[in-house]
Design a protein around this ligand. Structure first.
Ligand SMILES: [Cu+2]
Length: 273
């Protein structure tokens, strides 16, 4: 196996493990594994999610999201390392991928993270948590959770004819060097002023990088890891690397910061067979 194949294999294996870890399997909870003292792996960690009433808001759409991170034997995971400036990154995405939010819950101790979120409608949401327990690797826990409330009509996920989007006065054009399954793609975002088309050179670092990119498959099952190239400046280009695990439709959300404001642009692409 050459290096590229090996790394692809690792990515696929990791995805498979992540996906299988997301399906709640009650049989695991009965298995008491000996604590070997080795590095904490994703399989050793479970996430328990609760959506409840907000304690600080009366608004009906605001719910309290609670996430409890435990070892497989039930003990809370107590210590987390700061990763990209935060202890935990939470992505909240509606089932039809029309709603996206990237938030940072407060750590309450004892493995518990909490944050209020305003949901646009009731229905199923994809929750994705990225964190790094002390003594462990960076890991991702995902879950589908139903949020109470009146459901909205689903918005179809349709590939964009043009990868040219504008948000908060900034035009963001995305170029992808090759759209193919299992091949590393380079995503280049070119930012310019929406009015005068002048290249943007005042991007501020966001979470310790030039920006943050999230990619999900159309069905919300596959969360594609994206890496910003190191040592990028403040625009007008932002370059990321990602590998789409299979053909199909994917949604890409890119977040950048200017003038102390974070803005999000999204794109839908089709990865051909
Ligand atoms: Cu984050």
């Amino acid at each position: 196996m050459n290096r590229r194949k090996l790394s692809l294999f690792t990515i696929v294996l990791t995805l498979t493990l992540l996906l299988s870890a997301c399906a709640s399997s009650p049989s695991w909870e009965d298995e008491a594994l000996p604590d070997t003292g080795g590095p904490l792996l994703s399989d050793d960690v479970q996430a328990f999610w609760t959506i409840g009433e907000s304690e600080s808001s009366e608004a009906e759409d605001v719910k309290r999201v609670r996430l409890e991170i435990r070892h497989r034997d039930g003990r809370p995971v107590e210590d987390f390392e700061i990763n990209h400036e935060k202890l935990l990154h939470l992505m909240v995405v509606s089932k039809d991928l029309s709603y996206f939010n990237h938030i940072h819950p407060d750590y309450k101790g004892g493995g518990v993270f909490e944050i209020d979120n305003a949901f646009p409608a009731g229905g199923d949401y994809r929750f994705i948590a990225d964190f790094k327990p002390a003594g462990g690797g960076a890991m991702t826990k995902m879950a589908w959770i139903q949020v109470q409330g009146r459901k909205a009509d689903p918005v179809p996920v349709t590939p964009d004819a043009s990868l040219d989007k504008t948000a908060e006065g900034t035009r963001v054009e995305l170029a992808i060097d090759r759209l193919a399954a299992n091949a590393e793609a380079t995503l280049t975002f070119s930012l310019s002023d929406a009015d005068d088309r002048e290249p943007i050179r005042d991007l501020q670092p966001y979470l310790g990088a030039i920006g943050h990119v999230v990619i999900l498959s159309e069905d919300g099952e596959r969360y594609v890891h994206v890496h910003a190239e190191e040592g990028q400046g403040s625009g007008p280009e932002a370059v990321f690397a990602a590998t789409f695990p299979s053909s199909g439709t994917y949604k890409i959300w890119a977040q950048f910061q200017r003038n102390d404001r974070v803005f999000t642009v999204s794109y839908v692409v089709n990865v051909p067979r």
